[in-house]
Design a protein around this ligand. Structure first.
Ligand SMILES: [Zn+2]
Ligand SMILES: [Zn+2]
Length: 300
């Protein structure tokens, strides 16, 4: 993670933000600091080798997430320590009720990591998080520790353990594409870890047309090329079924809604960002949180 750019973007937003929005941005800036520290430790321990260019081209052409074929080895001791660090930061800074904060701090994350299926965490992180959520009882999660806090702790911690491997895959894909002369197919879910995209951005992607679109995965940090006119959820290219809406006065952050699947995606338009705000998807993901509430109101 680029903590300096994250700081610049957060500082630029916080000036004009409502108190609750500013607090959320500052919470995440602090959390990213914790995750980056842990991710550096994981990267220093090493151990991930991306598939060869030929294997990668085959994996991507088949539409299979790379981690499902070349999983990330996650060390139980290190993962437990990351979960504990994330839980402690959330307990101290997320503005939680005292009972929930105390439960988050007191839970034995080392023992959780020993019992969890970390093979699955490194090959299919979304299935892993869903599996944890469905089996909280088997991990002795107490009733006063809310399930969503448990899931958030695990998802944030996973980011720290997947990020350096995801970066290695990104570099390997770039090399494979350069050698093969064919662009990687534009997949709907993350081509690296298989998680759904968190958000998307439109702007200077360096594509030949000048302006392109990229999807962003908050789970592993990957970004990948995507069609400008296409639903980020179901993949339809039917332009008549896709619409953009935004809060009046903020064209930088829009909802792409789709008549075919009824779902939506949050999209950043780089050229509409306020002056002085660098495009950092880790921050945009947080800055666009209010759009989720708007989308849910539309559905209701
Ligand atoms: Zn991913
Ligand atoms: Zn759709």
């Amino acid at each position: 993670m680029d903590l300096e750019r994250i700081h610049t973007a957060v500082a630029a937003y916080v000036g004009d933000a409502a108190p609750a929005d500013a607090a959320r941005l500052e919470f995440f800036e602090g959390l990213y600091g914790v995750l980056d520290e842990r991710a550096k430790g994981v990267a220093a321990a090493g151990g991930y080798t991306a598939p060869s260019a030929g294997d990668l081209r085959e994996i991507l052409a088949a539409g299979t997430p790379v981690f499902s074929k070349a999983p990330v080895a996650i060390d139980a001791g290190a993962f437990g320590a990351t979960c504990a660090a994330v839980a402690a930061f959330m307990a101290d800074h997320a503005g939680l009720e005292e009972t929930a904060a105390a439960a988050l701090r007191a839970y034995d994350w080392a023992r959780f990591a020993e019992r969890a299926d970390l093979g699955q965490a490194g090959s299919d992180p979304t299935a892993f998080v869903n599996g944890v959520l469905a089996n909280l009882g088997s991990f002795d999660v107490p009733a006063d520790l809310p399930a969503n806090l448990c899931a958030m702790t695990v998802m944030f911690a996973l980011r720290a353990h997947l990020e350096s491997a995801s970066n290695a895959v990104r570099d390997a894909i770039e090399r494979a594409v350069a050698e093969g002369g064919e662009p990687a197919p534009a997949s709907i879910d993350c081509p690296v870890c298989g998680s759904p995209a968190s958000a998307s951005w439109v702007g200077n992607t360096g594509d030949t047309s000048g302006s392109g679109r990229r999807q962003y995965c908050a789970q592993c940090g990957a970004q990948w090329h995507y069609d400008r006119v296409r639903c980020g959820r179901c993949g339809t290219r039917n332009q008549g079924h896709l619409h953009y809406t935004n809060v009046e006065g903020d064209r930088a952050h829009r909802l792409q809604t789709c008549d075919e699947c009824g779902d939506y995606e949050r999209v950043v338009f780089q050229e509409d960002l306020p002056a002085g705000v660098p495009l950092v998807m880790e921050v945009e993901d947080v800055a666009m949180a209010p759009l989720d509430a708007i989308a849910q109101q539309r559905e209701a």
